[in-house]
Write a protein of this length. Structure first.
Length: 562
């Protein structure tokens, strides 16, 4: 196979220079202090059917609520900002119809119409519901797209593109996507998510010609990995499905099927409501085949893409250092600008970067970061992981990064995201699979950032352990959390000055129990161990232990084709 470097040269030439590495195209970006005083509080979300990795979250403006899903449940989250600590209420709104025998859960909210979608992956597709009242009632879909199989499903929703005529009862398009361990496909619903048309391939076919005019990858349709991130739809109706890497090399050693590995972070783009898809690559990044990459689109259609960047040692050993990187595109992914490394000094490995955009020049990236160096999927990896939030207010020219959980680590030790399929060439992979493959992020009506994530380091012994400890007192339990912005500037300029600092206590409410924390919320504290060159000044309060009910996580089988 042609090398990735050779592929890039041919691609740039054939695309008429669209991807030429023009000096200055990856504009230098700057990590700054926290000039706006951004701060965050974390809340424990006790889910009705047990807690699980891979949480997803969306915001429904009509009900002023966040919809949070993981495992086999979905909860409606609301906050009372008029009370000290802004107590959170979590209400179980899991549908009672259908069979919840699931491998994956996805929650998506179409904020344009406040419609929530809740998908549960089944053996050969998904069961899908939608709700227009934040889960008070649900309508079950009649099925998903024919030929869209098998795993790692995603649901996206947003305006139609072009002159499409929707169903009389629908105002926005809905997409259902999944991958079959070689490639992926998406189908479109024109009636609001009730029924879906047949799927169209999103990569690895001649129809997915990169950049619309390039013959180099015509036979391969981009030479992409199979796994995709979460679908996002722009205000102009353009649909974006992110991929870990395209322009890679074929391999028969990558899990169960021949697949492409390596390459560049990419998106598959549809401007005709999912009928055709074109691969567009970002030449300023490298795929480590670990975390999914993610996209979000600003109010005027600027695309933000984030990924875990690094160079693997070999097929058997992952990169020893990785970075949370981000690029923007103002031309639907044809070219990429303002590529930035968001790691503050002292962070040497990252996992699960996700991005949310509000106004066109504002976006936030959340990721797990650690000072640990080495293959972070191998047994013996030592590192304490915190949750970081990095924000831009100038279209990616500068970013400010806050350690939102300093002193209260999210996880210790290795993180396995290789799945359970046999045949992986990775060496000495650990068994910490409980966090699964991704976190999620959204923005509320006031521009606050909300991050859905999981924690495994919840005991006092684990939290207080030395930085060079391995797993300390960590168990196989996983708990679900949401991080909520409590101070500073959000992602919507119209709401600047309205995000107030909440008091220290937090409240966790579920259907069966309520507990109030015995410690202040985790807010972006001043960070001396991991700081920007000028120091990372952040408002905040002291950290202590959240007194939340622990729910033993039931082991569940993750997606087999991975």
């Amino acid at each position: 196979m042609t090398s990735v470097r050779r592929r890039l040269s041919l691609l740039a030439a054939a695309a008429g220079g669209a991807l030429l590495l023009v000096p200055g195209q990856a504009a230098a970006t700057t990590l700054t202090t926290n000039p706006t005083g951004n701060a965050y509080a974390e809340y424990h979300v006790v889910l009705p059917n047990g807690e699980s990795g891979e949480p997803t979250i969306g915001w429904t403006p009509a009900q002023h609520a966040a919809m949070y899903g993981a495992g086999t449940g979905i909860s409606r989250l609301t906050w009372d900002d008029g009370k000290p600590g802004a107590p959170m209420t979590a209400t179980d709104v899991t549908p009672t119809v259908g069979t919840l025998n699931t491998l994956d859960t996805i929650v998506t909210v179409d904020a344009n119409i406040s419609r929530t979608f809740f998908a549960e992956l089944e053996a050969a597709g998904s069961t899908l519901w939608y709700s227009d009242d934040a889960g008070a009632s649900w309508t079950e879909s009649t099925g998903v797209s024919a030929g869209v199989l098998l795993d790692h499903e995603s649901v996206g929703a947003g305006p139609f593109s072009g002159t499409a005529v929707p169903h009389p009862l629908a105002t926005d398009a809905v997409y259902y996507c999944a991958q079959n361990s070689f490639s992926a496909a998406c189908g479109t619903s024109y009636d609001g998510g009730l029924t879906f048309g047949p799927g169209s391939p999103t990569q690895n076919t001649p129809a997915n010609d990169p950049n619309d005019s390039n013959p180099t990858f015509a036979a391969e349709g981009g030479a992409c990995s199979a796994l995709h991130g979460h679908m996002k739809v722009a205000s102009d109706g353009t649909a974006y499905l992110p991929f870990k890497g395209c322009g890679g090399d074929a391999t028969a050693a990558n899990l169960t099927n021949t697949e492409y590995e390596g390459g560049m972070p990419s998106v598959s783009v549809s401007t005709d409501n999912g009928q055709t898809w074109n691969i567009r690559m970002d030449p300023f990044g490298s795929n480590t085949d670990e975390s999914d990459n993610a996209v979000s689109v600003g109010s005027r259609n600027t695309v933000y893409m984030t990924w875990e960047d690094g160079k693997n040692i070999s097929d058997a050993e992952s990169a020893h250092t990785t970075a949370a990187k981000v690029s923007i595109s103002t031309d639907q992914g044809r070219t990429w600008l303002n590529t930035a490394n968001l790691n503050p000094p002292g962070v040497n490995n990252v996992m699960f970067p996700v991005v949310a955009a509000g106004d066109d020049d504002r976006a936030a990236v959340a990721f797990l970061g650690t000072a640990g160096v080495g293959d972070d999927q191998q047994n013996g990896f030592i590192g304490s992981w915190d949750l970081y939030v990095s924000t831009t207010y100038d279209g990616g020219k500068t970013w400010s990064t806050v350690d939102a959980t300093q002193g209260d680590p999210v996880h210790r030790g290795c993180i396995d995201n290789q799945g359970i399929a046999p045949g992986s060439p990775k060496n000495n992979v650990c068994n910490n699979r409980n966090m699964l493959d991704f976190n999620d992020i959204t923005v509320d009506s006031a521009g606050r950032v909300l991050v859905a994530y999981t924690k495994t380091c919840t005991s006092p012994k684990c939290i207080s352990a030395a930085p060079n400890s391995d797993t300390a007192d960590q168990s196989d339990d996983v708990q679900n959390y949401v991080l909520r912005q409590t101070a500073g500037k959000g992602l919507l300029a119209a709401s600047d000055g309205t995000i107030s600092q909440v008091a220290a206590a937090t409240t966790t409410t579920s259907q069966t129990s309520t507990s109030t924390s015995s410690r202040p919320a985790a807010i972006g504290l001043p960070n001396t161990a991991v700081a920007s060159p000028a120091g990372m000044a952040a408002g905040g309060a002291a950290l202590a232990l959240i007194g939340a009910i622990r729910v033993t996580r039931r082991r569940r089988r993750d997606r087999a084709p991975r």
